[in-house]
Design a protein around this ligand. Structure first.
Ligand code: 5FU
Length: 264
């Protein structure tokens, strides 16, 4: 991918999308390409982990619908932490319905995702009406969208022609689509434009989780495969882990990998 040869700063300088620009600038300023996926079910625990990993991350990834005691105060506190520690918020909602329905799911209901999540994502399986629907809500708020071009789980059907069609779809919506969930650089920028590739399924210690998750190291993801952002969940807050220590460890591994990328 041609982005392998550019720094986040160089990409930020010419990126036409405000959300992508802000994010690329943030990564370089903070020297972090680490996103932590905080998959916990209590508000207290979510805030506690967010506070601990905050200094080391560029992006906090949430699954807001797994929090038992969700309330508006949780959102207010997450926003406050994002300001305090300088990170953005990504709700990993994986929308997958028709344009009109995802519009409602994104902007309304209990979670009002568009009101607080800088970035969200969707499947391309319904066709590009899903992007148009989300865009109506997100674009006026300067939000950014990631398309799921690939997944980390074993046996994923998002491969080959599906992945290629997803990339083509993103190219037609560069005002709102800032990148992909993918396992490697998508070469989507070869014909111009710039897409940020975020890669889940990252661990320095284990190969899988027994439920289909498949892990690679930050080096494999960033240097060998051309991902931009490493997404780490249980590797950081799993049983018996020191959250701050692990966040620092993965931040360092991700950044070293970024610096190791080939330069022309
Ligand atoms: F789109 C994807 C994907 O392909 N694989 C994932 O694992 C998203 N994820 C998310 O990343 C998943 O929903 C978890 O929130 C996170 C990975 O967590 P882990 O604890 O590092 O396995």
């Amino acid at each position: 991918s041609s982005n392998l040869r550019k720094t986040y700063t160089e990409r930020a300088a010419v990126h036409p999308n405000p959300c992508a620009r802000t994010f690329l600038e943030l990564m370089e300023r903070k020297r972090s390409n680490l996103s932590v996926a905080v998959d916990v079910t209590s508000k207290t625990e979510l805030l506690e982990i967010a506070g601990k990993v905050g200094p080391y991350i560029c992006l906090l990834k949430t699954h807001i619908d797994i929090v038992n005691d969700f309330d508006q105060d949780l959102v207010d506190q997450l926003k406050a932490l994002s300001k305090k520690h300088d990170f953005m918020i990504f709700e990993d909602r994986k929308f997958a319905d028709i344009g009109n329905t995802v519009k409602l799911q994104y902007g309304f209901g209990i979670y009002r995702i568009a009101s607080w999540a800088d970035i969200t994502n969707c499947h391309s399986v319904p066709g590009e009406g899903i992007i148009s629907g989300l865009k109506e809500i997100g674009l006026p708020l300067n939000r950014g969208l990631l398309l799921l071009a690939e997944m980390s789980s074993a046996g994923s059907l998002a491969t080959g022609a599906y992945t290629a069609a997803t990339v083509a779809m993103a190219r037609r919506h560069q005002d709102f689509v800032i990148g992909f969930i993918a396992m490697r650089g998508m070469d989507a920028e070869d014909e111009g434009g710039d897409f940020i590739v975020m890669t889940p399924g990252v661990s320095l210690d284990v190969a899988g989780d027994g439920l289909g998750q498949q892990y690679r190291t930050p080096r494999e993801v960033v240097v060998e495969s051309g991902g931009d952002v490493v997404i780490v969940g249980r590797g950081i807050y799993g049983k018996g882990k020191n959250v701050e220590e692990q966040a620092k460890r993965y931040r360092d591994a991700g950044w070293e990998a970024y610096l190791e990328r080939p330069v022309p």
